[in-house]
Design a binder for this molecule. Structure first.
Ligand code: ADP
Ligand code: MG
Length: 250
C-alpha cells in the first residue's frame, strides 16, 4: 500500500529523518514506537503531505507521490495526483483537532461534502453510520466542548473514516487521555483492526501495540533502529536502544 524509501527530512539544518525506509501492506497494522523527538510525527506528516521531504521516494498504491532526481532533489507528483493520494490516507491526531464551532455531525460531514464532493444527504447517512459504530449515536448534534476527550477522539476517528480512506494514520491517539478514556479509544482501533483496516499507529501503549500490531517499528533519533513482529521487538529485542526503551515501560 505504502512504500517509503530513504526518506530524509531536515528542519533548519537539523536532520530529523535520516534515511527512513519502510512499507505498509494492505490490511496490516503497523505500530511505531520510540522516544519523544525521534521523528515519528514528522514521518507520518511527510507521508500525509503535511510536510515535504528533502529526498527519498514515497509510493502509495503503486502511484509515485514523490521521488528524488539525480541532483538529489525531491520531485512531487502534480497537484491533482497529490490530492487523490491524500484522500487515501486518513489522519487522527493526538489532540483531536475537531472544529469547535461545528456540531459533531458537521465535523464529520464537512470534508466529504466540501472536499470529496459527496452530496449532503449521503454524507449525513455515512456520518450517522459511523457514529453508531463509534458508540456515539446520540451525539450528532453535540458540540466538541460538551464531549469527553475519549468521545472527541472517537468523533475524530469517524471524521477520518468518513472519507473512506485506504489507510488510517494515528499519531499518539490516546496520549491526551485519561486511562479510562484511553481504553474506549483503543477498543475502537482494535475493532478497526479486526475489520482489517490498514493502519499505522504511533503509540506509547505498549500492551496495545503488542496485542494489535502485525509489525512494530522502533524509531530513535531519525532512524528505524529495529523492526519486527511484536514478539520479536518486545520479547527479544536485538538492539540495546530498543531494549532500554522497552524496559522503561515495564
Ligand atoms: P516525535 O513525534 O517522535 O516526538 P517529531 O517528529 O515531532 O518527533 O520531532 C522530531 C524532531 O523534529 C524534534 O527534534 C522536533 O523538535 C523537530 N521538529 C518537528 N517539527 C518541526 C518543525 N515544524 N520545525 C522545526 N523542528 C521540528
Ligand atoms: Mg510525535
Amino acid at each position: 500500500m505504502i512504500e517509503a524509501s530513504d526518506i530524509c527530512k531536515s528542519f533548519d539544518g537539523n536532520k530529523v529523518l535520516k534515511g527512513i525506509s519502510f512499507e505498509v501492506k494492505k490490511g496490516e497494522v503497523v505500530a511505531i514506537i520510540g522516544p519523544s523527538g525521534s521523528g515519528k510525527s514528522t514521518l507520518l506528516r511527510c507521508i500525509n503531505l503535511l510536510e515535504k521531504i528533502d529526498s527519498g521516494k514515497i509510493t502509495v498504491e503503486d502511484e509515485i507521490m514523490v521521488s528524488t532526481n539525480e541532483a538529489g532533489r525531491a520531485i512531487y507528483a502534480d497537484r491533482k495526483s497529490l490530492r487523490k493520494i491524500r484522500l487515501k490516507i486518513g489522519l487522527v491526531f493526538q489532540n483531536f483537532n475537531l472544529f469547535p464551532h461545528y456540531s459533531v455531525l458537521k465535523n464529520i460531514t464537512e470534508a466529504p461534502v466540501s472536499v470529496a464532493g459527496i452530496n449532503k444527504e449521503e454524507a449525513n447517512k455515512i456520518a450517522h453510520e459511523l457514529l453508531v459504530k463509534m458508540g456515539l449515536e446520540d451525539k450528532a448534534n453535540a458540540y466538541p466542548c460538551n464531549l469527553s476527550g475519549g468521545q472527541c477522539q472517537r468523533v475524530a476517528i469517524a471524521r477520518a473514516l468518513a472519507l473512506n480512506p485506504d489507510v488510517l494514520f494515528f499519531d499518539e491517539p490516546t496520549s491526551a487521555l485519561d486511562p479510562e478514556l484511553t481504553l474506549e479509544v483503543l477498543k475502537v482501533i482494535r475493532k478497526l483492526a479486526q475489520e482489517h483496516m490498514t493502519m499505522v499507529v504511533v503509540t506509547h501503549e505498549m500492551n496495545f501495540a503488542r496485542e494489535v500490531a502485525d509489525r512494530v517499528i522502533f524509531m530513535d533519533n531519525g532512524v528505524i533502529v529495529e523492526e519486527g513482529t511484536p514478539e520479536e521487538v518486545f520479547s527479544n529485542p536485538v538492539n540495546e536502544r530498543t531494549k532500554l526503551f522497552i524496559k522503561g515501560f515495564e
